[in-house]
Write a protein that binds this ligand. Structure first.
Ligand code: GLY
Ligand code: MN
Ligand code: MN
Length: 440
């Protein structure tokens, strides 16, 4: 517990240093989202806010005051009536002490705190646009402060913010490199996700429904302390796998078809993100195996190339090339590899990227290029998914044996000093290993 809290404190210290004595930063907690009438979706804290605070409550805000080098939390006050209905809340005093803020106050005092804190800083950092309804509040306040300052400026020296800066420019590069605390949680998220995929393989039978397999996945997540999936689970049989983010999960499983599952647990805010594809009957047909082995080879080659100093664009291009070669070998593309890549014909069957960063968000922040437009080379501590796929919808110009085969094989890869660590290696992915586990 102590370790947890000091990690957030340290991150705030890093940001305070980076914004310097001229900078002030504001970060908001996530709002609650209404689901129906007076019920809400399960609350999930904002990833940035959580990264800097570890604080789990809505209606909160963090002010980082560069001039004072202090962190102030604004949160809901203690309220015994509300707590009877809605559960425990820390209140400012306990929040300050337990989460190591320099100060804490009631969220109703946010404007007052900002009015006092903004003057004296030239740079105003916020996550502009993240919660668009909050931006005008800050801008209005900034205007007010500017007007007061302008009136005094005849003889005055009041400094007010002159630059509005996106705090993501500081936080995204930090979040891109996972620290040990984050990695310990990501390993657990990955392992719980892996167990759920293995369970799905064992429970899949012709005649069951996609949602019944989804239930097995959620059972495994929750049984291991991951209350929620990191994203809506995709349980896609047959042609449904050709819809990349199919989530209705309501069709019946047919023995002749494949089942593609893309599902990951969220464990203490960190995401797992695994895809596996396997035959509902327990045995791949030869056409299914032909397509599968192409995708598998690309998954494996791409993982091997995911090492320190590697260029993601190079890894991606190589994957596209291998997939295109495979499509030509299958006979679903005609002509040369170069021509099919130049004309992007492969996009008919492979229409997404090779992967994305993974962390607090399933599609985690950080980008693949730096602010100068240069590729970000892979570094130890970065975690990326590797998820090549081939999706063949039924069409007159495609041999019938390949119709409605949709395959994605996705792993979560941590770049290390010496190579990489596949966080999701425990889920079988060769056709023989999958067939074997489906018999157990
Ligand atoms: N699960 C969404 C993705 O793989 O990007
Ligand atoms: Mn993914
Ligand atoms: Mn996925």
């Amino acid at each position: 517990m102590e370790l947890n809290k000091s990690v957030y404190h340290q991150r705030r210290q890093t940001v305070l240093k980076k914004i310097g004595t001229d900078g002030i930063a504001i970060v908001f907690a996530a709002p609650e989202q209404r689901r129906s009438n007076d019920t809400e979706y399960p609350f999930r804290q904002d990833s940035y806010f959580y990264y800097l605070t570890g604080f789990p409550e809505t209606e909160s805000a963090l002010i980082l005051n560069g001039k004072e080098q202090t962190a102030t939390l604004l949160c809901r006050h203690k309220d015994s009536d509300s707590e009877i209905w809605h559960g425990f809340r820390y209140g400012p005093d306990a929040a300050r002490d337990q989460f190591k803020f320099d100060q804490a106050d009631d969220i109703t005092q946010l404007t007052e705190h900002l009015k006092k804190a903004l003057p004296g800083h030239r740079q105003l950092y916020a996550l502009w646009g993240l919660y668009p309804e909050r931006d005008p509040e800050i801008i209005t306040l900034w205007n007010e402060i500017n007007q007061i300052a302008n009136h005094r400026s005849i003889n005055g020296s009041t400094i007010t913010p002159e630059n509005l800066i996106n705090l993501a420019s500081i936080l995204d590069p930090m979040r891109l490199i996972k620290d040990e605390h984050e990695l310990s949680l990501m390993r657990i998220a990955a392992e719980i996700s892996a167990r759920a995929h293995i369970r799905s393989m064992r429970h899949t039978k012709p005649g069951k429904y996609e949602y019944q397999i989804e239930a097995e996945i959620l059972y495994e997540f929750m049984s291991h302390g991951a209350r929620y999936p990191a994203y809506n689970s995709i349980v896609a049989s047959g042609k449904n796998a050709c819809c990349l983010h199919y989530v209705s999960n309501r069709d019946q499983l047919r023995a002749s078809e494949l089942l593609m599952i893309d599902a990951g647990a969220e464990y203490q805010m960190y995401a797992g993100d695994i895809s596996r594809t396997f035959p509902i009957s327990g045995r791949f047909t030869s056409a299914q195996k032909d397509v599968y082995d192409i995708v598998l080879a690309v998954n494996q080659a791409s993982i091997e190339a995911t090492v320190k100093q590697a260029n993601w664009q190079t890894i991606s291009s190589k994957a596209t090339q291998m997939l295109t070669e495979g499509m030509i070998d299958l006979g679903i593309l005609q002509g040369s590899v170069e021509e099919n890549i130049d004309k992007q014909n492969y996009r008919r069957f492979y229409m997404h990227g090779l992967g994305h960063w993974l962390g607090l968000d399933v599609h985690d922040v950080g980008g693949r290029f730096d602010r100068q437009g240069q590729p970000i080379l892979l570094q130890p501590g970065m975690v990326t998914t590797i998820e090549p796929g081939i999706y063949i919808a039924a069409a007159d110009d495609i041999p019938a044996a390949f119709h409605n085969i949709g395959i994605r094989i996705e792993d979560n890869i941590l770049v290390t000093e010496t190579g990489n660590e596949n966080l999701t290696a425990s889920v079988p992915k060769t056709t023989s290993a999958i067939e074997a586990i489906m018999q157990t």
